[in-house]
Write a protein that binds this ligand. Structure first.
Ligand code: HEC
Length: 167
């Protein structure tokens, strides 16, 4: 064996050992990380507040209720009893936050975004009567009453609130 070959073999041997040690350390770190995170993971899956928050996030933002009929509550969306979705909000701000913001908050589907003056200016220019009318009866992708069964006064208050945000 020549000198060059011996040193090559020697290099390959030590290189494999170093590589093996590094892989072993990586596996140990991975296992340790799993071990450290295990309690947090379990808490996330079992904590009542977490589960409620997830249910709130995946709940439909509005439910139709027809007078004289008991409103169907889909089995998949057992809303927590503390947050009845059918409750009529007391103020325009609450109405906005509960329902209208789901489209108007981010400006989805061409909905004028709350607080966006440029988007609201031409709409406000139509006059409040027209805005109320469109909020109550719908216009294009805007569903009547935002998809709720709230009384006129609540819808008007929500319109007032959104208009006030864009002034
Ligand atoms: C499903 C999405 C959605 C929800 C929920 C929603 N809106 Fe809208 N809204 C729209 C869209 C889209 C438009 C734009 C319609 C258009 O001009 O084409 C709009 C437009 C409007 C306008 C302007 C109408 C006009 O004449 O220019 C008002 C006022 C309004 N919405 C009020 C409300 C109120 C109040 C609520 C809550 C009770 C609400 N919206 C909930 C989608 C929504």
């Amino acid at each position: 064996m020549s000198d060059a070959e011996t040193s090559d073999t020697h290099f390959m041997n030590s290189f494999s050992v170093v590589l093996g040690i590094l892989i072993f350390i990586a596996i140990c770190i991975f296992a340790y990380a799993r071990w450290v995170g295990r309690e947090q993971l379990r808490d996330q899956m079992t904590q009542a507040m977490q589960i409620q928050a997830v249910q709130r996030n995946i709940a439909p933002f509005a439910r139709e209720a027809i007078a004289g009929q008991s409103s169907p509550s889909p089995a998949t969306t057992a809303a927590p009893p503390t947050a009845p979705t059918a409750a009529i909000p007391a103020t325009g701000k609450q109405a906005f936050e509960q329902v209208c913001s789901s489209c108007h908050g981010l400006g989805l589907n061409g909905a004028p975004k709350a607080g966006d003056r440029a988007a609201w200016a031409p709409r406000i220019a139509q006059g409040m009567a027209v805005l109320y009318q469109h909020a109550l009866h719908g216009i294009r992708a805007m569903p009547p009453r935002g998809g709720t069964n709230w009384p006129d006064a609540t819808i008007r208050a929500a319109v007032n609130y959104m208009v006030s945000l864009a002034k």
